[in-house]
Design a protein around this ligand. Sequence first.
Ligand code: ATP
Ligand code: MG
Ligand code: FE
Length: 358
Amino acid sequence: PLVLGIESSCDETGVGVVRGRTLLANTVSSSMAEHVRFGGVIPEIASRAHLDALVPTLRAALDEAGVRLQDVDALAVTSGPGLAGALMVGVAAAKALAVATGKPLYAVNHLVAHVSVGLLEGTGVPGPAAGRADGGLGALLVSGGHTEILAVEDLARDVRLLGATLDDAAGEAYDKVARVLGLDYPGGPAIDAAAREGDPAAFRLPRGLSAGKYMGSAERPGPHRYDFSFSGLKTAVARVVEDFEARGEPVPVADVAASFQEAVADVITRKTVLACTEQGLDTLLLGGGVAANSRLRALTAERCAEHGIELVVPELSLCTDNGAMVAALAARVVAEGGEPSDLGFPADSSLPVTTVTV
Ligand code: ATP
Ligand code: MG
Ligand code: FE
């Protein structure tokens, strides 16, 4: 099916067009530049930016795809989770388009969309074999607001939560640590760049919830075997920085960034590979903004290969928020005969990851 997807859950206005598993267009307009001086996304500014960007982004995506609105088989939109006001702009626009064109509209979960994008032909590394019937499918979602290990029974309708962060999301930890190190917001790309010049073994930093009492054993799993915690790591980094400052010495930013990045990538990949192995998941979909992280990508690939897990990694531009991922998930739902949404659906800022479509 030819599907057009709209994304507006945070600071990116995205419109993507896919035909089945083929990506035809992915246009993104970001209001990030307007949020940088505040050190975080300001909801009111993001909502207004979506209003300005939506129609031009839609036009650009249709142009890029070489299709007209009346050609599409279905429309799709992120209905949650995300910033309420930001979501409402995309949802209202999608409903208006559905009414005006008579096309069916599929309201989908932003988080499931993040891990669905690797299914697009030629975007995953290696080629996406995911979703095949024989082995189990797992997903690692690492984004600005979420860090979750998922068992995907059926991408179009059935997702189970195996583990999640108890406090900060991975992206949030990156953003907070970047601030402590005096690096720019958003912190993920800044730390990734700074870490290239640093020694990942310079500082030994905590891997949250990795102690025996949390992990337990395969037979007797501990209470947080597949869960994460990044608040202790964040505090440990702050203490390292304070120690240097107290001594009047320059903070070795690259070494701290590299050591922090190593701790995050290590604990995330270790627990994810463990979950896949124990739960019989032999294909892993990676998704979310932090999936753009160079060390996380490398270590996930290395450890998946060691354990015979097939890894599907989206190309960099598809990791952060975009409309193509929304269209990709909806195309899958359409292909599996899923019902379109009743146009009365709300924008739901706290939609749980287990609700794939609304
Ligand atoms: P959610 O998807 O949970 O609603 P979000 O949509 O705001 O949250 P994304 O757009 O998926 O989040 O990801 C943004 C996050 O990704 C930010 O926290 C940013 O710092 C992080 N990020 C982006 N690039 C990198 C990178 N190279 N390394 C680490 N983190 C990164
Ligand atoms: Mg964003
Ligand atoms: Fe996101």
